[in-house]
Write a protein that binds this ligand. Structure first.
Ligand code: HEM
Length: 449
């Protein structure tokens, strides 16, 4: 428990994890589960202080989450934390929404939020179902598949239709190719080399012409699509994010959304949106195949069109296996976090994966039990797969909606069987995402209904 005292204590008094070295970092990479056990054994906060890296305060305290996510004086920054610890700036520059702060950030969020809520979501449903039906029809049955790969292709199709809205086939082929190239480059050894270089230089990323070229190709396709739409107004209402952005632009007295900004935004949504959803649904598959009673109830809910249980399954999978195990904030100024003084220059690591496994918050925390969330709204300081506060995932409602529609469409046609009874470890990294060890190996069967 965090006790608030009048005088905050120094951060240096916090315990340090045993892997307090670069070797420890490598050990984390090899076994995030072991690292979590070792960190949480030492309490709800630990300090990692390694040469060349910023000091990192890792917290799994819900009270700290509350303090972090309600901070409004500009002491904590998401964009700067991502620059220090991830290839974010190289991907999007430093103009994207996660770099914005304060009143301007709130204004931009207010403008773009309609693209990810209520009426817009319902407008996307048909495109999501279409994409799923096309892909599912091609999925092999009665043979083991790596479900993560299938989901990546499907989630990419959804993003291309729902966010980019590119329908003209030649443009779509080029966009698809650019995404594949982006995927390849992000997983390449030259990316890894640049990662290490940037870490050692306090987040200064070296240039990466190949990546710049792909980014420019994607942006050029968006600009082409915008120009095409201006030249060819459609009688039918186009239902995609790009159209919503263009409508926002028309009414934008603050001039926040010029064509270039829309293009970068679209690209960011792609990266933020498709792999996270693909990994989340892979974990859903990995978990439900090992819990036949959950799978049976889930199938029944799909048949009955009962969204409550479907949402509870997704919510619980995101609790036990969050796609992003952490989120970050950089302390630009000294920040008093409950009873601790966090000095300027520290990266605060909100340890989502550890918070979700606290026995005092979730009895029998390792158990996959969707009943926890049936008819229950998750507490925002205890269930954090989408982060929290002013920068909470902009696409959270969209991601939940998309996951539900995809899961329903898949389970109307196919069901899953496990390849082995042993669950897959949470230890395959892709950038900062944590995937199932074998990519959610399952066998798909035709669903007789
Ligand atoms: C299951 C899928 C997803 C997960 C687990 C996820 C998770 C996250 C997390 C943890 C953050 C950081 C929030 C913070 O630190 O407080 C974030 C930010 C963000 N996400 Fe997602 N995300 C998902 C899907 C999406 C989708 C589908 C989109 C859009 C199409 C999206 C767009 C964004 C954006 C724009 C931000 C930055 C928001 C800001 O800085 O104001 N995400 N997401």
């Amino acid at each position: 428990m965090t006790i608030t005292t009048a005088e905050p204590r120094a951060m240096d008094s916090l315990p340090r994890p045993p892997f307090h070295s670069i070797v420890g970092f490598v050990a984390y990479w090899a076994s995030p589960e072991l690292a979590r056990t070792e960190v949480t054994k030492r309490g709800e906060r630990v300090l990692v202080d390694l040469p060349l890296l910023p000091k990192m305060l890792i917290t799994s305290s819900p009270q700290d989450c509350k303090a972090i996510f309600t901070e409004r004086d500009g002491a904590l920054k998401l964009g700067e934390a991502l620059r220090k610890m991830a290839p974010h700036e190289m991907l999007f520059g430093s103009e994207m929404i996660d770099w914005w702060n304060g009143a301007n950030h709130a204004l931009l969020r207010k403008k773009v939020t309609p693209a990810f809520m209520g009426k817009a979501l319902r407008g996307y449903e048909e495109a999501i179902v279409d994409a799923a039906e096309r892909r599912v029809a091609e999925w092999p049955v009665n043979t083991p598949v790596t479900f993560t790969h299938l989901m990546q292709d499907l989630a990419r199709d959804v993003i291309m239709s729902v966010v980019f809205g590119v329908t003209e086939s030649e443009r779509r082929t080029r966009l698809e190719q650019a995404f594949k190239d982006l995927d390849r480059v992000l997983a390449s050894p030259s990316m890894l080399g640049r990662y290490a270089f940037a870490m050692a230089r306090g987040g200064k990323w070296p240039s990466f012409p190949e990546l710049d070229d792909i980014n420019n190709r994607i942006d050029a396709i968006t600009i082409e699509e915008i120009e095409y739409r201006r030249a060819n107004p459609s009688d039918e209402e186009r239902k995609d994010c790009l159209e919503t952005f263009l409508r926002i632009q028309e009414a934008d007295e603050d001039n926040l959304m010029d064509d270039r900004m829309i293009a970068i935004f679209q690209r960011m949504l792609l990266i933020a949106g498709y792999e996270t959803t693909a990994v989340t649904l892979s974990w859903v598959a990995e978990r439900v195949v090992r819990h036949p009673e959950v799978l049976a109830k889930l199938e029944q809910s799909v048949d009955d069109n009962d969204d409550d249980y479907i949402d509870a399954v997704i919510t619980e999978a995101m609790r036990v296996r969050p796609a992003l195990p952490v989120t970050l904030r950089y302390a630009e100024r000294d920040f008093v976090m409950n009873d601790i003084l966090v000095p300027a220059g520290t990266v605060i690591v909100v340890y989502i994966n550890a918070i979700h496994k606290r026995a005092d918050l979730y009895p029998d925390p390792e158990k996959f039990d969707p009943e926890r969330f049936v008819g229950v709204r998750p507490d925002p300081h205890r269930w954090l797969p989408f982060g929290g506060g002013a920068h909470r995932c902009l696409g959270a409602s969209f991601a939940m909606f998309e996951s539900r529609v995809l899961l329903k469409t898949i389970l109307q046609r196919r069901t899953f069987r496990p390849e082995t009874s042993r669950g897959e470890r949470q230890d395959q990294h892709k950038n900062i995402l944590l995937l199932p060890h074998n990519g959610a190996k399952v066998t798909l069967l035709d669903r007789a209904r």
